[in-house]
Every structure is written in structure tokens, then in C-alpha cells.
Design a protein around this ligand. Structure first.
Ligand code: KIV
Ligand code: ZN
Length: 515
């Protein structure tokens, strides 16, 4: 079978960031973008330049750094949006403006309050303006899966004539069914006279758990770009998961007429990076990147695997970059080996001081934990960068917890805030509860705890625990994180990180209202 290229368009940094609590700083976005480039995605949607000065700067710095992937900014069909996107992308090696407007009757009538004719007119002028500023323009028909077929034919033909090279048909509300959605896309490609001048793309949300199925079904009918996110992050139930789409295409090459250029061995580390930066843990049974994705529990399965791997495995763990707990460093490893391994994992230190600080922490960890794995290094770097990029004001100086059977646990801690030390103690329903209550006695943050989760970074009881704490205040949600071999320390660090974030205005959600 002659394979065609399937464009992998990653929108972790734009739609993925629309997951409540997943907002990232500029530095964090840059780290993810570099990992995506290493993963060899074709297009990185870096953000929505008009939405905030922070998002503009993120798109700009990603455009200036990434060389091998196209860098894209979202823009409404409004001149100011398009000009701002073009400005952010002006130094990109390869840049794309992605402009969108809703085309379903319900969106046009209630949200946009525009007639279908006005929508066509605005879409065409937006695409023309964008094409005057950049060569590569994508046009999205928001809520395409609930739009009328003839109307879609009309607007698509017009925007292709105006210069759009990619036509994206989002299932914005996750309403489509594979056969129905794919059939519509196939018919559009067949019926639109100038369809051969554009790449047809899909962008599926996962409200019914069908995002990946819908995307793949559409590929079978001619779509040649899939928009997706690492770990399936995204608005509400998320978007199609990149790792699932890519591995499905690779594993079922016998039936699918396309191939991607993704370096699949980078999947696991990219997934980990996104999870630790956003604070969204990956569920153990998540396809491809979940901790259990390649673990065989039942005796019959284990027996089969030992006799012949393919009895129960359709992919190899190492093909998606599961390093299967390779010990990489230990107590005696030097600074050069440490820096070199981190460089291989995609982390580069801007200054000697940063490297030194990380190395001190590494030595500290190596004192507590004999064998250091890639996962440990990633957790350590995420910890440093997360806390530093946010300029944490409140930090932990000391923690003492007493937990005896038959007695209420208690925590006694000292925090540092703007250089001053503050001490507090409390009892609680458990040791973590006691520690959080002690913090709140000082912080009086008026936040609500929405999520507390602990993940072991590696196997074994000496593993670092990576804790996520989600707090909400006045409708604003943040995820704090902490990692340590002591999960109580990790929990306190995560709680303090969340408190620091909630006070940081850079973390305001970058998306605009009413788009
Ligand atoms: O889901 C959606 O419709 C979108 C568009 C902006 C592409 O994210
Ligand atoms: Zn979307």
C-alpha cells in the first residue's frame, strides 16, 4: 500500500491548556514545545496570541526557538487577532495562522448573532488577510459536526479560493459518531470542486469517549491532518490523544493508508513532561502511556508473553519509549553525566547556577534513593522549574509529622514567606490533612481543595511520590505539584505550590470569553 503522509497537529499548548487548571507559564510551554519538536510533530499550535500578553509571548518565543515543526497561533476571524498572530509568528522558520469561526446554525444564531452570509464573508476576508501576512493558513469551521452539509460546502469552497491550505472540521462538542462524522468528511472532499487544493483536517473532542475513533474513521475517508494533544488533554473531556492516534496508525498499518513521521520513542517522556507540568496525572490504565499499558497481571497472560510476546502484546513498550526502569545515575555520578542525561531528556540549563542547583538537589535525592531513573530526573527538573518559573514566595523550611495508631495525627511546620519564618501546628484526620490544616492556619487562603493525588514516579517503595493539589478560589483553578521521596513533604510542597500559583496573575487562564 502506498502510504500518504498524515499531518500530526499538536494542540496541547492551546486546546490542551483549556483544561481547567492546566495553564502553563511561558517557560513551561517552551519546554513542552521543545519536546514536541523532538517527537517530530508536524505542527505545534503554540497558543492564541491575542488572548493575553502572556500567550503572545509564549507563541513568539516558541516561534523563535522551534525549527523543525511549523508553529501555529489560533486567531478568530477578526483582523486584530490575525495581525497579532502574524506578529507573534514573524520570526518562525515555518509559521501558520489558524483562524476559525462557528458554522453551525445554533452557534451562528445564538453565539455569533450573525447570518450565514455574514459568516462566509467574514471567514473569506480573514483568510485573505491572513494569507497577506503568512503563506500557511488553516481555517476551522467551529462546531462542524453540527453544521449543515451544503453550507459547509459553500464556506469551504470560498475559503480555499481565498487561500486556506488546510480545512479543519472540528467536532467541537464531541457529538459525532465515527461512521457519520467520517462519512460527512468523505462527502465534503468528494463534493467540493477545489477540495484537492487543501488538506482536510479533524479535531475531535472526547465528550463521548469517541475522539480517537472519530479521528481515525475520518482518516479512512480522506482526512490528512489530525489535531490532537498529549495525554488527550483539552477542553472538558479533552481532545483525541496524540499517542493513541499515532500508535493506532503505526500498529494497524495493514489497514490504514497513511503514516506519520512521529518518533514514537519520545512518546512516554513527552507524556510524563506534560503530566508533570500541568499536574494532570495519567491514569494507570490509559492506553499507550498509562503505567499499566504494558503490564501483564494475570498468570495466563504472563505465561503467554513469556512463551511468545505477541500472544498478548500488539506493541512493544520500548517503541513508545518506556525505558522500563533503566537505572541511569547514582550517588557517584558526576555533574557532566547528570547534565548530559538531562540534555538527552530535552532539558537544557540556561546558566551554570541553574545546573548547579539542580545538581545539588540530585545529590540530595541520590542520598535518599540509591538508583536514579529517567523518571526521577524529570520529576526533579519539573519541580525546580515549576517552582522557580513561578517565583514561589512561600516555601517549606521544616516539617514534623506524628502519626501513631489510635491517636490523631499532628503536623508542626515552619514556612518561609518573603524571607521571614512562620511556624504553625495542627491535628488532622490524617497526616496530610494535619499538614494542610497547619498551612491554612497561616495562609488563610480561602481556597477550596478540589483534588489531592499521589503518584509513584518509579516502581519500589523508595520511589519519589509526585503529588498534585488542585485548589480553587473565586472560579480560578490551579494545580500545585511537589515531588519527594517523603510523600508528606511532597504533599506540603504541592499545597504551597498551589498557594503560590493562585496569587500569580501570569496564571490567569489565557483563553478569551465568548469565542
Ligand atoms: O474545538 C474546537 O472547535 C476548537 C477550534 C477553535 C478549532 O478548538
Ligand atoms: Zn477544540
Amino acid at each position: 500500500m502506498d502510504k500518504q503522509h498524515l499531518v500530526i497537529f499538536d494542540t496541547t499548548l492551546r486546546d490542551g491548556e483549556q483544561s481547567p487548571g492546566a495553564s502553563m507559564t511561558r517557560e513551561e510551554k517552551l519546554r513542552v514545545a521543545k519536546a514536541l519538536e523532538k517527537l517530530r510533530v508536524d505542527v505545534i499550535e503554540a497558543g492564541f496570541a491575542i488572548s493575553s500578553p502572556g500567550d503572545f509571548e509564549s507563541v513568539k518565543s516558541i516561534a523563535e526557538t522551534v525549527k523543525d515543526s511549523t508553529v501555529c497561533s489560533l486567531a478568530r476571524t477578526i483582523p486584530l487577532d490575525i495581525e497579532r498572530a502574524a506578529e507573534a509568528l514573524k520570526n518562525a522558520n515555518s509559521g501558520r495562522i489558524h483562524t476559525f469561526i462557528a458554522t453551525s446554525p445554533i452557534h451562528m444564531k445564538y453565539k455569533l448573532q450573525m447570518t450565514p452570509d455574514q459568516v462566509v464573508e467574514q471567514a473569506v476576508s480573514a483568510v485573505k488577510l491572513a494569507r497577506n501576512l503568512i503563506d500557511d493558513v488553516e481555517f476551522s469551521l467551529e462546531d462542524a459536526s453540527r453544521s449543515e452539509f451544503d453550507y459547509m460546502c459553500r464556506i469551504i469552497e470560498a475559503v480555499i479560493d481565498a487561500g486556506a491550505g488546510t480545512i479543519n472540521l472540528p467536532d467541537t462538542v464531541g457529538y459525532g459518531f465515527p461512521e457519520e462524522y467520517a462519512e460527512t468528511i468523505g462527502r465534503l472532499i468528494q463534493n467540493i470542486p477545489n477540495a484537492d487544493k487543501a488538506v482536510f483536517s479533524v479535531h475531535c473532542h472526547n465528550d463521548l469517549g469517541l475522539a480517537v475513533s472519530n479521528s481515525l474513521a475520518a482518516v479512512m475517508k480522506g482526512a490528512r491532518q489530525v489535531e490532537c494533544t498529549i495525554n488527550g488533554l483539552g477542553e472538558r473531556a479533552g481532545n483525541a490523544a496524540l499517542e493513541e492516534v499515532v500508535m493506532a496508525v503505526r500498529t494497524r498499518k495493514d489497514i490504514i493508508p497513511v503514516e506519520t513521521k512521529i518518533d514514537t520513542t519520545q512518546i512516554a517522556s513527552t507524556s510524563r513532561l506534560v503530566s508533570s507540568i500541568t499536574g494532570f496525572p495519567v491514569q494507570p490504565n490509559k492506553a499507550i502511556v498509562g503505567a499499566n499499558a504494558f503490564a501483564h497481571e494475570s498468570g495466563i497472560h504472563q505465561d503467554g508473553i513469556l512463551k511468545h510476546r505477541e500472544t498478548y502484546e500488539i506493541m512493544r513498550a520500548q517503541d513508545v519509549g518506556w525505558s522500563t526502569n533503566k537505572i541511569v545515575l547514582g550517588k557517584l555520578s558526576g555533574r557532566a553525566a547528570f547534565a548530559a542525561r538531562l540534555e538527552e531528556l530535552g532539558t537544557h540549563f540556561e546558566s551554570k547556577e541553574e545546573l548547579n542547583e539542580a545538581f545539588v538537589r540530585f545529590k540530595d535525592l541520590a542520598d535518599k534513593k540509591r538508583e536514579i531513573y529517567d523518571e526521577d530526573l524529570q520529576a526533579l527538573v519539573s519541580e525546580i522549574q515549576l517552582h522557580e518559573s513561578n517565583g514561589d514566595q512561600i516555601t517549606l523550611e521544616n516539617l514534623e509529622v506524628i502519626s501513631k495508631s489510635g491517636q490523631l495525627p499532628s503536623a508542626d511546620l515552619t514556612l518561609s514567606y518573603k524571607g521571614e519564618s512562620y511556624r504553625s501546628a495542627s491535628e488532622g484526620d490524617g497526616p496530610v490533612d494535619a499538614a494542610f490544616k497547619a498551612i491554612e492556619k497561616l495562609a488563610k487562603s480561602d481556597t477550596e481543595l478540589k483534588l489531592y493525588s499521589v503518584n509513584a514516579v518509579t516502581a519500589g517503595t523508595d520511589s519519589q511520590g509526585e503529588v498534585t493539589v488542585r485548589l480553587e478560589k473565586g472560579g480560578r483553578i490551579v494545580n500545585g505539584q511537589g515531588a519527594d521521596t517523603d510523600i508528606l513533604v511532597a504533599s506540603v510542597k504541592a499545597y504551597l505550590h498551589a498557594l503560590n500559583l493562585i496569587e500569580n496573575p501570569d496564571r490567569l487562564h489565557p483563553q478569551l470569553d465568548g469565542v
